[in-house]
Design a protein around this ligand. Structure first.
Ligand code: COA
Length: 175
């Protein structure tokens, strides 16, 4: 079980944060590709929600982005988004920052009426937030397997599947 060592504040992103966020994402992934993805998602208006975690001095220590996913077929009315990427400064990982950030962001998405959230990530990490690879089998996407997981935030999402989904165009570079 991990715990947050220092009190965190979690807030929306301001335009002045964008440089710090790009540095953080590149440091977390050890390459610039994911930071570039976020810039592209922002530029094409695909971001649904973006949050940063800040330490008590106001320094950004974590970031998460959710982008719009387009549904077709039975579940076409569902509001669907994709969690990617999530980043925590390498020297601050495994202290609960990523979990606090993801939980707060999911609460905000739920409050905003989002129905379904998808993620492609480690099956050892995302089930703690309720993501489920079995539910994701009802989502027809370019991804499959246990890394592809889905979280229903509303009863409509649980009852409204199956759905065929298309991710925002900048993800095509990652397929
Ligand atoms: C993934 C990430 C955001 C998690 O943030 P964090 O603050 O380190 O996570 P927390 O402290 O909240 O949770 C730590 C737990 O997550 C697990 N975890 C972290 N990264 C993991 C990974 N890639 N695969 C599996 N488990 C992972 C840890 O083993 C730990 O498990 P435990 O609670 O059972 O001990 C962070 O490690 C990171 O930035 N990684 C590099 C970028 C990345 O891979 N992003 C996600 C891609 S889907």
């Amino acid at each position: 079980m991990t715990g947050t060592a220092t009190p965190l504040s979690i807030r929306a992103v301001l335009p002045a944060d964008e440089g710090d966020i790009a540095e953080l994402i590149a440091a977390a992934f050890g390459q610039p590709d994911e930071a570039h993805l976020v810039r592209e998602l922002r530029a094409c208006g695909a971001l649904v929600l973006e949050r940063v975690a800040c330490d008590p001095s106001g320094q950004i220590v974590g970031h998460v982005a959710f982008s719009r996913v387009t549904g077709a077929g039975q579940g076409h009315r569902l509001e669907i988004s994709c969690l990617a990427p999530v980043s925590v400064w390498p020297n601050l990982q495994k202290q609960g920052i990523g979990s606090a950030l993801i939980r707060a962001a999911l609460d905000d998405l739920r409050a905003a009426g989002e129905d379904l959230v998808l993620v492609l990530g480690p099956p050892a990490y995302y089930p703690r937030f309720g993501f489920d690879p079995v539910l994701a089998r009802k989502v027809s996407a370019p991804y499959a397997g246990d890394a592809f997981q889905a979280l229903a935030l509303t009863p409509a999402a649980r009852d409204g599947l199956p759905v065929e989904v298309t991710f925002a165009t900048p993800f095509e570079a990652f397929e």
